[in-house]
Design a protein around this ligand. Structure first.
Ligand code: BYC
Length: 327
């Protein structure tokens, strides 16, 4: 075991080059880093930020779809949507647990979400206006999530990587159920086809934004890739997603709302039109159509659940006292 660094007279720790090099050597050797292993503070902070944001995205992501459970057009659709939303709650919980192993509490993470300090995915600040949106979200949003998350199964931090394996299996089912909804509508009446096309027009660009800013503007990518937290850059994953999705849209007979989308033989992928990064940053900074509603709903759930947390804690304290008395 290598030492973490030098301890100053004031108790501060300085990470020595020897420590950083030894850590990088473990990363390069594809060793998994576990919660009690020594790690650079920057590595820990990056993971807390990313896993926390990811957990918040899963939980906030329940809201736009939860909104449609009572309006699903059949019992079969209702049961599948209900199960999908429950799965997302589960993903949030695995992810909060993974972040907790890094010494941050769920309360802290939630407070950061509610205060606006912690982010969640921009995609959930768009409204769900029609039933077709339940299909399009599964197809595109879960599709984009899988493209981003499959490489996270090989993330260098063990608890995150392991959580992602189950998450990806469930997301892949979500993507298929979404695509099946859109396929049904695309093969239906003119009104159903129009509803599917309108939904695709609204969700295509926000789905591309899910991958984050272009590589040149991505503050964290380079370091995160060196630490093998991220395995691919934002643009590389966005390109893979576009290349996989274009044939899926063609199969449905739907049109992606980008006149510049063209196959480029030389790069072996599609070229696409410009992404509206002003819109992206506006939404990320809190000014999307649904930002205020989403945070308000999470705050209400957190406040309404306070008595449950208090009761659970009181029970745990009592049980601990009983066990101590019995010893
Ligand atoms: N939205 O340096 P960058 C899901 C922020 S939900 C908001 O490239 P990084 C699902 C970024 O945080 C999908 N903010 O950052 C759930 C950073 O700001 P800070 C959620 C974004 O971390 C329910 C700044 O922009 N998936 O699966 O290297 C139903 C600069 O960006 C966004 C995850 O969270 C965005 N779209 O890369 C269905 C996956 N993009 O923190 C589906 C895990 C960027 O410096 N996360 N920002 O203030 C990741 O893979 C990475 O964090 C990202 C960004 C690729 C998203």
């Amino acid at each position: 075991m290598y030492s973490q660094g030098l301890i100053g007279a004031d108790g501060s720790t300085e990470e020595t080059q020897e420590f950083l090099d030894a850590f990088q050597k473990r990363i390069d050797a594809e060793e998994k880093i576990e919660p009690n292993d020594p790690m650079p503070e920057g590595y820990r902070r990056t993971l807390v930020r990313q896993i926390g944001q990811h957990a918040h995205s899963e939980i906030v992501g329940m809201l736009p779809e939860g909104n449609w459970i009572t309006r699903a057009p059949s019992l079969r659709r209702k049961a599948a949507l209900l199960a999908k939303v429950q799965d997302e709650g589960g993903h949030g919980l695995y992810l909060y647990s993974a972040a907790e192993t890094l010494g941050v509490s769920r309360e802290q993470m939630t407070e950061e979400l509610l205060s606006g300090k912690a982010k969640y995915s921009s995609i959930f600040n768009y409204p769900t206006l029609s039933w077709a949106d339940m299909g399009t979200i599964g197809w595109l949003v879960d599709g984009a999530a899988i493209m981003n998350q499959i490489p996270l199964c090989r993330c260098s931090f063990g608890p995150y990587a392991r959580a992602m394996i189950r998450v990806c299996k469930e997301e892949s089912f979500h993507q298929r159920q979404g695509y099946e909804i859109v396929m049904y509508l695309a093969r239906g009446t003119k009104e159903q086809r129009d509803m599917a096309q309108d939904s695709l027009n609204r969700w295509w660009w926000p789905s591309l934004m899910m991958f984050g800013p272009h590589d040149a503007d991505s503050a964290h990518s380079e370091q995160s890739m060196e630490w093998k937290i991220k395995r691919f850059s934002n643009d590389a994953l966005r390109q893979k997603f576009i290349d996989a999705t274009v044939p899926q849209a063609e199969f449905l007979g739907l049109t992606l709302p980008d006149p510049d989308l063209k196959w480029n033989d030389e790069k072996g992928g599609y070229d696409h039109g410009p992404i509206d990064w002003d819109e992206f940053w506006r939404v990320v900074k809190g000014d999307g159509v649904m930002n205020r509603d989403r945070v308000k709903a999470r705050k209400k759930a957190w406040d309404d659940g306070a008595w449950v947390r208090e009761a659970a804690l009181a029970h745990a304290v009592k049980r601990e006292a009983r066990m101590q008395a019995a010893e």
